[in-house]
Design a protein around this ligand. Sequence first.
Ligand SMILES: Nc1ncnc2c1ncn2[C@@H]1O[C@H](COP(=O)(O)OP(=O)(O)O)[C@@H](O)[C@H]1O
Ligand SMILES: [Mg+2]
Length: 430
Amino acid sequence: ILGTIGFMLSVNVGITIVVLVVTPVSLFVASFIAKRTFSMFKAQSETRGEQTALIDEMIGNQKIVQAFGQEKDAIEKFDEINGRLQTCSLKAIFFSSITNPSTRFVNSLVYTGVGIFGALAAINGRLTVGQLSSFLSYANQYTKPFNEISGVVTELQNAIACAGRVFELIEEKSQVPEVENAVSLQHVDGKVELKDVAFSYVPEQKLIENFNLQVKPGERVAIVGPTGCGKTTVINLLMRFYDVNSGSISVEDVDIREMTRHSLRAGYGMVLQETWLRAGTIRDNITVGKPDATQEEIEAAAKACHAHSFIMRLPEGYDTVISEDGGSLSQGQKQLLCITRVMLCRPPMLILDEATSSIDTRTELKIQNAFAKLMEGRTSFIVAHRLSTIRSADVILVMKDGHIIEQGNHETLLAQNGFYATLYNSQYAM
Ligand SMILES: Nc1ncnc2c1ncn2[C@@H]1O[C@H](COP(=O)(O)OP(=O)(O)O)[C@@H](O)[C@H]1O
Ligand SMILES: [Mg+2]
């Protein structure tokens, strides 16, 4: 661009100025259209996201959709979103395709202007025909980059619209940052203390209030209570997935807000009701927390968890490849694998949140015994529905609506003849 301006100036200053004044008009036109296409590209990528989410939800939950006869509904929803996607894609592509031709059109006007002014100048004898013809080719050379830039601008608009959605996620406020010089827990015995803890997910709806608990190293703490009373919430607080609203939780006498999240979580082994398995072999899934485990260690852990026999019945044993989310395994088998994973790591503290809910009662009891042996001298928190599995806990917390209403071991709680006794008897009256 600079080169051609120099050459044009050397040929004729007057016409060069005309060229320089008119060319920005093409940029103006390009930016005018580009601004409109941006919002269309944005709508397009949003609608596309909506469509992908629907497909993911409907195909991932195919059985439920079929069981409730929702196929027609799902198709209608898809068609509606697809229709909107079609409309906004069409608009986005149409308008973005117009940008380049419009700048070319404006630049052709520049070329025409140069032709007319040049011809008049040549007639008046201020310009030779040779100069005019070289000027025209310079003018052409000069506008070319503008055309090319406008061709890329639309692609840029599309990219920026899509990137905007990615940045929305990246710029989402992250978790509460760790305090400066947060300590890293080195040795964990399992002393946990909750002092006057209050917590709620939404401010208007109080959940946990006035929660006090002292756990000595090696104690087995069981939490029972009706669904929705806040058992999982207590676990979330212990792992610091959420911060308490007031009060404090400390491990080894250090407030958990003053230690690194990593060292706190490394202290716990956690098994939840929802299983998480990744695509890969059974062995890969068991050794997540301890990648360098030997085959003997893996088998010992699997035997203790009663997973060994079903793994050996799989076509390739420990090398059987399972798909994402466990694929062909039963829910109980998936839980057994997750338990084996924790058994292999031998964490200083253990959390089981309804981790054995899909496993038959007999195997569950055996696993509890294995854990009892493993966790000897280590602290564990166990949430379970079947009271038979928590009978041997050192402390049983009976929760209701976010409060501990009874606390003690099995015998004392039964003797109190309170809520726990009612729960216990209702399970065993059957
Ligand atoms: N992420 C969340 N946001 C808002 N409310 C929640 C969230 N998770 C759980 N709750 C609510 O908190 C209460 C306690 O839930 P939870 O601790 O999971 O119960 P449970 O004792 O069955 O494990 C329930 O009423 C539930 O609706
Ligand atoms: Mg729960």
